[in-house]
Design a protein around this ligand. Sequence first.
Ligand code: NAD
Length: 273
Amino acid sequence: MTPTRLRLNDGHMIPQLGLGIWQVPAETTATTVATALGMGYRLIDGAAIYGNEVGQGEGIRQSGLSRDEVFVTTKVWNDAQGHDSTLRAVEESLKRLGMDRVDLCLIHWPCPARDRYLETWRAFVQLRDEGRIRSIGVSNFQPSHLERLVGETGVIPVLNQIELNPRLQQSELRALHDRMGIVTQSWTPLGQGNSFTAAPVQAVAARTGKSPAQVILRWHVQLGASVIPRSTRKAGLAENLDVFDFALTEGEMAAMATLDEGVRCGPDPMTFG
Ligand code: NAD
């Protein structure tokens, strides 16, 4: 089954569901990526810091799909922030991927203490204009970072990839994204399993015969987010892709909303990096 796609504010399209490859071992990344693409995945979310961009590129070539059929994301790590260092970091990522452009590049974390995301963003705009990055976005940006970025540069990110799961629903940030025309993309979408046994998840699972993971991924889709679950098992990859043939009702979505506790699995973007 092929995921639906979302329109980015620069006119390009992104698959709504893709494969995240954080912590996928470098030596097995190519196989995992090729397997996922064979099943219908069309978005692979990587990053320089994951240490597996070589396998990400290799897996895409092994899949036999044409380059244009696959949406490739990478990210610039914190220690590469700054104008010239970003230009170098993206060239190095492209070299490891074996590609002449990526479809999306993200500033991985805002790192407010470093205060270099504006310079980094200006380098992204240059790389976009030079055709090395097709769409430019950010990750883990908070409202103050988004507002400053757009206020100072006038360029709105296409997407903000943030931690989002039933225990951390990020409604205010998502509302800001909607007002600014930014796509929300959910990382750690399954929340380390912390809501698999919650009553609203179990109720949908019982009604539809879907697994708790599928119910949660479908919830992301219905929030309008793009979502990038990670699995390295064939059965897990297939299960996570199979969320486009059922829907949560309005009442079930409302019940899911009650699970929000504002609790993060990952670091706080205001202090990290
Ligand atoms: P995830 O929510 O995708 O969960 C992965 C874990 O859940 C793994 O242990 C996996 O075995 C298990 N799992 C996967 N499918 C399952 C299923 N169907 N049933 C039960 N268990 C299942 O977590 P993640 O990897 O942290 O996040 C997804 C992706 O988001 C990452 O791979 C990465 O690409 C991205 N990410 C980005 C940032 C960022 O700062 N931008 C941070 C973390 C992750």
